[in-house]
Design a protein around this ligand. Structure first.
Ligand SMILES: [Cu+2]
Length: 335
């Protein structure tokens, strides 16, 4: 008990993570302020994950901010964000952790936050708050997996297409059954845009969203960013990808060209794995965990594309590359 109190009151050291700044840390409680991200949005969005800390209580301050984001090369957009980037920073916790959320509306209109990983009354935790208002709630992360977090304020379609989403990963108690060398997070989503080519950022195109005529379908908020900046792994690495589909309206048919998934955990629950899977569909508002190995004797040194195999969507930006080892570039490799 004394240790717990000491842990809570102790001013602990600061730790930088890939996507946020941990204000303080102790064995008992970890505070993370998504408002401390500087700069708020980087290219590429940091897809490589760091492990969750051992703190049993994890507290996140999440400011809602209007922000101009770059959603494709030379294409800016007036977004609404959690923490200043699209997607917002990753929330990573462990099964059984107490997750405390403090939502602060620094933007110009009402918003809310909906954690798919939480079992909690929506009228209390997911209610809409006005500009300058804030909201605090907490939940136990009971269910392992890769989940969507998003603004649920009507019209939800508009708040989603504006960029109000982030992933939450809940690691199973005792860890994942397979040891891997690297972990990545991929969030698929669509943008529906008018303008944005000139000095003025693009705006939401509501009619295009209703008609499902996406301008861009993207991984981690920006079209083709991992073609320009591939993910890197070593030959022989086992890799786990946490894929979350923010939609708002499309399914993600997730596939890696040149390998087969050893394990897919639909919804990210390790209790129901599938084996030797080529493509797995993730519904809008869903998530899944994928594992594969870049084995020297098979999918070894080389370049591999990860896509949604709905190729009209891949052609609009939902394609990236994984570089294994240091391959020679091959002309006309496709995808
Ligand atoms: Cu909102």
């Amino acid at each position: 008990m004394q240790g717990k109190i000491l842990g809570i009151v102790a001013v602990a050291f600061a730790l930088a993570t890939t996507a946020a700044v941990r204000l303080s840390w102790s064995p008992e409680i970890q505070l993370t302020d998504f408002g401390s991200v500087s700069p708020p949005a980087t290219v590429p969005y940091p897809a490589e994950l760091v492990p969750a800390s051992a703190a049993a209580v994890k507290e996140f301050r999440i400011p809602i901010r209007d922000a101009t984001v770059e959603i494709a090369e030379g294409k800016t957009y007036t977004g609404w964000t959690f923490g200043g980037s699209v997607p917002g920073p990753v929330v990573r916790v462990r099964q059984g952790d107490l997750v405390r959320i403090r939502l602060v509306n620094e933007a110009s209109m009402p918003h809310s936050i909906d954690f798919h990983a939480a079992r909690i009354p929506m009228n209390r935790a997911f209610r809409t708050i006005l500009p300058k208002d804030s909201l605090a709630f907490e939940f136990i992360a009971r269910d392992p997996g890769a989940y969507l977090v998003h603004c649920g304020t009507p019209p939800v379609l508009l708040h989603l297409m504006q960029g109000m989403y982030l992933p939450i990963i809940v690691d199973p108690k005792g860890g994942w059954p397979v040891k891997v060398e690297k972990e990545f997070v991929i969030v698929q989503s669509e943008f529906y845009v008018q303008g944005g080519d000139s000095a003025l950022p693009g705006q939401a195109n509501w009619q295009r969203a209703l008609d499902r005529q996406a301008s861009y379908v993207v991984f981690n908020g920006r079209a083709f960013q991992y073609q320009e900046h591939p993910l890197h792994v070593d030959v022989g690495d086992r890799v786990r990808l946490f894929v979350v589909n923010a939609g708002p309206s499309f399914t993600s048919d997730f596939h890696i060209v040149g390998t087969v998934f050893d394990n897919v955990y639909p919804d990210g629950d390790p209790r129901h794995p599938l084996h030797s899977v080529q493509t797995w569909g993730i519904p809008a508002g869903g998530g899944a965990v994928f594992e594969t190995v870049f084995d020297k004797a098979a999918s070894g040194e080389g370049t591999y594309a990860f896509v949604t195999h709905a190729f009209a969507d891949a052609a609009k930006g939902a394609v990236g590359l994984i570089q294994v080892g240091a391959p020679q570039q091959v002309a006309g490799m496709g995808h």
